[in-house]
Design a protein around this ligand. Structure first.
Ligand SMILES: Nc1nc2c(ncn2[C@@H]2O[C@H](COP(=O)(O)OP(=O)(O)OP(=O)(O)O)[C@@H](O)[C@H]2O)c(=O)[nH]1
Length: 692
């Protein structure tokens, strides 16, 4: 059994690497694993040898889909890295990682600066207050411009981006970086050992002014927020390197300043200095204020401190179903210790669970450990009922931590197994995949009996179908992707509904008077029992709610789910002998449908935020095409000799957009798309949608 060296908490870093697709996250992670001594060969993404991208689909597509947690060691620091995917269909993966991280490295492409989707990821990190350092990658690429990137961080992200380095050369002449604080140049010119061989030299003459300017800027920033250092500085004394770094560390942890570094992961330059910056500036678990949760029994606030001596509290942030090992639950430990063979309490579900094994993960390799301490990240085997977002804790410290926000899936396809014998197997696999992925849902269409799978985009669902086939050997036919429309109401209405049957023996009697009202977007469903004086006995109220909920699965316009309504049950009557739950349920269901029909029902559709980057020459055609897709153009920005068009477009109009855009622009335009909100479909478009 491996007994790991125990790392004091101040020497632990839980970090994520966040980036726009193709900025070089996977390549950079690979290099980190190489320099930290965990891998022995530098894997290249393009030949599918990358260690982190271990799922077959990832290798083939060259993209990172799941966030695998991996541990590595740099100098005296233990770093847990969560690899987060860049594709927008997987925002849930990014969110869940950010929730449990203490710091992140944001990677930018030196030729592009802040791209629309790097902005999305940046804002997500803002939401969870994650301190960040920026790494401007691809400095070797034609068009690389470090200063443009820093400027675009100021302009687009509106943050204080503080360069700590000056690149030595650029594009094909990029050979290394100058550390501004230490005033030393790191030069890889004579490297023939995959970046392991570099020289440390004095700052070359032609860079001295730039370094002086940047250093002055750093020193001033540090002094502004530290009176003792300010006094020293104003008194004409030099600050030491240590003082500058300590001062800067405080500002980074408060997210007041974002240090910017640069390099080329592909050409093996600058990655070691980025690891140093992770150690120097990103927070340890101790720097993060204790997390708060609520006691499920009393609703009182519970503070969970990051110390080993407290009772155990952790958050499940990722579930992976491995066809061989079974279910793996990734847990961030906030308080106390988690031991192999112990029992824990899942406070979200209210069940006891056994921790069979604890695994330290390195992409697809695993190392068995005996316990894991506060501040750490681990994969747990044996937790049967735990899913992403659940809190697990010691029985004497029952607490539920704030869960993770996940967007609603906006697209669905019908799916059926190729062989009828595979039906049970398919349902079983879909259930497992749902446990892993909170943005993936499975439903049965009540009218057609078809199984529908719901997700965040076409690629998301394609990957799921692909995994069913490869990992679980279930072949399936899938229908065309459909938009997940919804229905709601715009005004209130009141109805009386009866279900009465009298045919010999015991009859049926249910009678309900109810009112439905619109709620604000996102409010979901509320059910209020306003019946007084026992005019409907309490035991029938749950049946009424059930009847309403069933009716809400299929709205009156196109059979889509109904959202954002409140149902008030006002009055009714019952019969001593004939009343039953069934009768009230039917009366309520029918009542809801009638009420909805009178309440100005409307159709809702998912609206996407679309960013298109298009060279000037094709701008007219791209805008024309967007307009024909009912787009609202919200902005148009210059970027080099291209434009970035930002628009809100109904998802239903976006199928096949990739192909159209390619042919409109001879392959030169690019786009990204994220879910924005649900909005009312104009009545003129109802027919087209309902016919489909
Ligand atoms: N010129 C140059 N190319 C790079 C550099 N780093 C990565 N690349 C290339 O950029 C492409 C994307 O790199 P990845 O590491 O797969 O990017 P990623 O951000 O992980 O992409 P996803 O996993 O799809 O989100 C690959 O072709 C890399 O070889 C670099 O420093 N310089």
């Amino acid at each position: 059994m491996a007994t790991e060296k125990i790392y004091p908490l101040e020497k632990v870093r839980n970090i994520g690497i966040a980036a726009h697709i193709d900025a070089g996250k996977t390549t950079t992670t690979e290099r980190i694993l190489y320099y930290t001594g965990k891998t022995h060969k530098v894997g290249e993404v393009h030949d599918g040898a990358a260690e982190m991208d271990w799922m077959i689909q990832e290798k083939e597509r060259g993209i990172t889909i799941t966030s695998a947690a991996t541990t590595c060691f740099w100098k005296d620091i233990k770093i847990n890295i969560i690899d987060t995917p860049g594709h927008v269909d997987f925002t849930a993966e990014v969110e869940r990682s950010l929730r449990v991280l203490d710091g992140a490295v944001a990677i930018f492409d030196a030729g592009e600066g802040v791209e629309p989707q790097s902005e999305t990821v940046w804002r997500q990190a803002d939401k969870y207050n994650v301190p960040r350092i920026a790494f401007v990658n691809k400095m070797d690429k034609v068009g690389a411009d470090f200063y443009m990137c820093v400027e675009s961080m100021h302009k687009k992200l509106g943050v204080k981006a503080l360069p700590l380095q000056v690149p030595l050369g650029s594009e094909s002449s990029f050979v290394g970086v100058i550390d501004v604080i230490e005033e030393k140049a790191y030069d890889w010119t004579n490297d023939d050992q995959e970046g392991m061989k570099y020289e440390i030299k004095p700052v070359p003459e032609e860079y001295k002014d730039k370094v002086k300017e940047f250093r002055h800027n750093i020193v001033e920033t540090v002094c502004e927020s530290d009176d003792i250092l300010l006094e020293k500085y104003l008194g004409g004394e030099e600050l030491t390197v240590e003082e500058i770094k300590t001062g800067l560390r405080k500002l980074v942890i408060q997210s007041k300043v974002f240090p910017v570094l640069c390099g080329s992961s592909l050409k093996n330059k600058g990655v070691q200095l980025m690891l140093d910056a992770i150690k120097d500036y990103l927070p340890s678990p101790l720097d993060i204020a204790a997390v708060k949760g609520t006691d499920p029994a009393t609703g009182n606030e519970v503070v969970c401190k990051t110390v080993d001596t407290e009772p155990f509290v952790g958050l499940a942030f990722k579930v992976m179903v491995d066809p061989f090992v079974g279910k793996l639950v990734f847990v961030r430990v906030y308080s106390g210790k988690l031991e192999k063979g112990s029992y824990v309490y899942n406070a979200t579900k209210g069940v006891k669970e056994r921790v069979a094994r604890l695994l330290r993960m390195h992409a697809n390799k695993r190392e068995e450990i005996d316990f894991v301490a506060a501040g750490d990240i681990v994969a747990v085997v044996g937790l049967k009922d735990t899913v992403t977002g659940d809190t697990i804790c010691a029985e004497e410290r029952k607490v539920v931590l704030e869960s993770i926000d996940f967007p609603e899936p906006v697209i669905n396809v019908a799916i059926e197994p190729k062989s009828k014998d595979d039906i049970d197997k398919m349902n079983d696999v879909l259930r497992k995949l749902q446990e892993e992925d909170p943005t993936f849902r499975v439903k049965t269409d009540e009218e057609t009996g078809q199984t529908l799978i719901y997700g965040m985009g076409e690629l998301h669902l394609e990957i799921i179908v692909d995994r069913m086939l490869r990992e679980f050997k279930v072949q399936a036919n899938v229908g065309k992707p459909q938009v997940a429309y919804r229905e709601t109401i715009r005004k209130s209405s009141k109805v009386e509904s009866k279900y009465i049957r009298q045919s010999g023996g015991k009859g049926q009697y249910g009678h309900v008077i109810m009112e439905i009202e619109p709620l604000p977007e996102g409010a979901g469903f509320e059910f209020v029992d306003k019946v007084v004086g026992g005019r409907i006995p309490k035991e029938f109220i749950p049946a009424i709610q059930k009847g309403v909920e069933e009716a809400m699965n299929n709205g009156v316009i196109g059979g889509y789910p109904v959202v954002d309504v409140r149902v008030n049950v006002l009055d009714g009557s019952y019969h001593e002998v004939d009343s039953s739950e069934m009768a009230f349920k039917i009366a309520a269901s029918k009542g809801f449908k009638d009420a909805m029909a009178q309440a100005d029902p409307v159709l809702l559709e998912p609206i996407m935020r679309v960013d298109v980057i298009v060279p000037e020459d094709y701008l007219g055609d791209v805008i024309g095409d967007l307009s024909s897709r009912r787009a609202k153009i919200e902005g148009m920005e210059q970027k080099g000799n291209a434009r970035v068009v930002t628009a809100k477009v109904p998802l239903g109009e976006m199928f096949g957009y990739a192909t159209t855009l390619r042919s409109l622009s001879q392959g030169r335009a690019n786009y990204s798309m994220v879910f924005s909100n649900y909005a009312e479909v104009p009545k003129a478009n109802w027919d087209a949608i309902l016919k489909k």
